[in-house]
Design a protein around this ligand. Structure first.
Ligand code: PLP
Length: 356
């Protein structure tokens, strides 16, 4: 039996979208492949509110996260971490031989504009990474306030991880001044995992030209140059199957209405938060609670593992807490094509299993 997924990726994928993955192959050096890349670019630019070129990578989001820090820093990186995915970005930087400092917030709290100001004012950094939506703690960072600070440091490349938010919350890349905005297909976009997507600013491209040892597969400059300068082609063979599905899915997203899609996510988030507060507690500081998933504090001391097993028998799946937060929290995703009605059914089933 298929379990309906309420985990923060991979998400359930609609049948018609899955079927697009089975489109017959075309040559990757053909006009058709270029056209496909161009169509995706136009639609992704709408969803990201940017005029910057769009780069696709056949990898999960982590590939472009690693590529960004490796390709665009020659001095030192300021990594702001509010949980597991910020920590991972720091690890990526260090393991690529980059100098990087990590600025962590208490779990369940956001990165503040003050923290960013304090770090950048030292003048030590040429690249900053921010997690827009931390999927372990369920925090959505105050990115507008953070962006205002980063704008004061025009020599700094601004990288933003929107892997678990893009397509479910508004991220105005150009207005925020984000140089590299990264996402992947298996979360709010509602596609299977396997493709990473980013926008890349002129400033980031110019910076990459000055950085040595950018590697090869995730060299953002090489990706940019083949995709944008060589008629929207790839340095290596891309997952055309994902591209067919993404092109199709983006039409659906635009048809739903981008703003309407964000509103649907907000409405679902509000509902789950209210439920969480009635029955447990929120893990995230509420002012910064995510629009795409809710991390619930396990104040009743239930066995999350057992709950999930019982939900599984009923055809549902939620997520345990991430890393150290396992059993201390559990996570309910409300992203991609999930509806409020789906969530109502899920929460009713959780209540039945727990007899609350
Ligand atoms: C899932 C996730 C990632 C990792 O993305 P992959 O596509 O699995 O590589 C990074 N950051 C955040 C915030 C995520 O939720």
């Amino acid at each position: 039996m298929h379990k309906k997924l309420f985990i923060p990726g991979p998400v359930d994928v609609k049948k018609d979208v899955l079927e697009k993955m089975a489109t017959e192959m075309i040559g990757h050096r053909t006009k058709d492949a270029s056209e496909l890349q161009k169509r995706i670019t136009g639609k992704m630019q709408k969803l990201m509110y940017t005029k910057n070129p769009i780069i696709l990578s056949t990898s999960s989001g982590s590939g472009l996260m690693e590529g960004a820090v490796r390709s665009c820093s020659s001095k030192k990186i300021a990594v702001f971490s509010i949980g597991a995915f910020g920590d991972r970005w720091h690890k990526m930087a260090v393991s690529n031989g980059k100098k990087a400092d990590k600025f962590s917030s208490e779990l369940g709290k956001p990165t503040t504009a003050e923290m960013v100001e304090e770090a950048l004012s030292s003048g030590e950094y040429d690249l900053v990474t921010i997690t827009h939506n931390e999927t372990s703690t369920g925090i959505m960072n105050p990115v507008e306030e953070i962006a205002e600070v980063i704008k004061k440091y025009p020599e700094v490349i601004f990288c933003l991880d929107t892997v678990s938010s893009l397509g479910g919350a508004k991220v105005e890349v150009d207005k925020l001044g984000v140089d590299i905005c990264i996402t992947s297909t298996q979360k709010c976009l509602g596609l299977p995992p396997g493709l990473a997507i980013c926008s890349m600013s002129e400033k980031a491209i110019e910076k990459a030209k000055t950085v040595e040892n950018r590697g090869m597969y995730f060299d953002l400059l090489s990706l940019y140059e083949t995709i944008v300068k060589k008629d929207h082609q790839y340095p290596s063979t891309p997952s055309l199957s994902h591209m067919f599905a993404l092109d199709y899915k983006l039409d659906q997203i635009i048809e739903e209405g981008i703003e309407e899609r964000f509103d649907r996510h907000s409405e679902m988030a509000k509902y789950v938060r209210t439920w969480a507060k009635m029955n447990f507690e929120m893990f995230a500081e509420e002012k910064y609670a995510s629009n795409t998933l809710t991390t619930v504090k396990n104040t009743k001391g239930i066995s999350v593992k057992e709950l999930n097993e019982k939900l599984g028998e009923r055809g549902f799946m939620i997520s345990n807490g991430y890393g150290d937060l396992k059993e201390k929290t559990f996570r309910i995703a409300h992203m991609a094509d999930t509806t409020l009605d789906d969530l109502k059914v899920l929460l009713k089933n959780i209540e039945d299993v727990l007899e609350i």
